[in-house]
Design a protein around this ligand. Structure first.
Ligand code: PBG
Length: 324
């Protein structure tokens, strides 16, 4: 007890470094990249200052810049020129993400891990994550699974190193695992968006990916923010279906979930520091209300402290520069 114990003794100068419990490394980071079929030069996303959509012709250059910063992985999101009710531009051999993956792998080979987001919402005219029954307005789970399997296989064929299903359909991990294995891709891991919440923090992403819903919302498949035990059930199922990496999304408002998932399962665990989390810091910093660099570091180290091994973040490039 005080005065024998004085915790301030260890908070001086480099003693702080010696007793630091969590570390942030560039190896923890994944940078998202938006590839847009409808543009021919990079376009900044207005609600995400500093983040651009890239045309195919520029995507390998951007991936190279990310690799040169020491970041080990990117996750690709596509904005297609053509959308229909079935999301049919999501799984063709020459569709946007497939082309981007192929070009990046041709340029960088094993120097960069290419992860692809597997969902239908960027490719459907209605913006939903699956096949719709237009009479009931329901998102049909099982018919959607079939498409997700095709998307994942097409990504793997294009050279994706890992696929990341984000649509929160029941059975998506098992279906994708089976489809990959059947097509000779049993070596391609699945990072499952296992506990993905129905969150307002995806707003800026939907501007970027033009993936907002034309009717209804995502509350029939994404998780209720009030729930925590349910996240453990989601993760249990995804592990049983063959997920290699488990993701919690968003990150900062859900650090309790990151902690519980890591503690309970001990699986490689990812947290997605989403577009709204990025936009909040950027907006506050632009107003001079926050120190941007410090807020970025504090956010990312908190996600590590909670138990994440991997952080998907729009700040990856900034953080990599900071860590150099
Ligand atoms: C679905 C997907 C979304 C995000 C990643 N994958 C959007 C959604 O569920 O509406 C959001 C990421 C972010 O906000 O940064 N393809």
């Amino acid at each position: 007890m005080f005065p024998d114990v004085r915790l301030r003794r260890l908070r001086k100068g480099k003693i702080r470094n010696l007793v630091r419990e969590s570390t942030l490394s560039v190896d923890d980071l994944v940078q998202p990249i938006f590839v847009d079929e409808t543009i021919d030069s990079p376009v900044e996303i207005s609600s995400m200052p500093g983040i651009y959509k890239f045309p195919l012709s520029e995507v390998a250059k951007e991936a190279k810049a990310i690799t040169e910063l020491g970041i080990p992985a990117v996750i690709l999101f596509g904005v297609p020129a053509f959308k229909d009710a079935e999301g049919s531009s999501s799984c063709g051999e020459t569709d946007i993400v497939q082309e981007a993956a192929r070009m990046i792998k041709a340029e960088l080979g094993d120097d960069l891990v290419v992860i692809t987001d597997v969902c239908m919402c960027e490719y459907t005219s209605h913006g939903h994550c699956g096949i719709i029954d237009f009479e009931t307005k329901e998102i049909l789970n099982d018919p959607t699974l079939e498409v997700l399997g095709k998307i994942a296989v097409s990504h793997a064929r294009a050279g994706a190193d890992m696929v990341a299903p984000s649509g929160m359909m029941d059975g998506m991990v098992g279906t994708i695992r089976a489809a990959l294995d059947l097509n000779g891709f049993n070596h391609v891991p699945i990072m499952s968006y296992a506990a993905k919440y129905y969150s307002s923090f995806y707003g800026p992403f939907r501007d970027a990916a033009e993936s907002g819903c034309s009717f209804g919302d995502r509350s029939t498949h994404q998780m209720d923010p009030a729930n925590s035990n349910e996240a453990l059930r989601e993760v249990t199922l995804d592990i049983a279906e063959g997920a290699d990496i488990i993701m919690v999304k968003p990150a900062l408002p859900y650090l309790d979930i990151v902690y519980r998932v890591k503690t309970e399962f001990g699986m490689p665990t990812a947290a997605y520091n989403v577009s709204g989390e990025y936009a909040m810091i950027k907006a506050a910093a632009a107003n001079g209300w926050l120190d941007e660099q410090k807020a970025i570091y504090e956010s990312l180290i908190s996600i590590k402290r909670a138990g994440a091994d991997i952080i998907i973040t729009y700040f990856a490039k900034d953080a990599a520069r900071m860590l150099k």
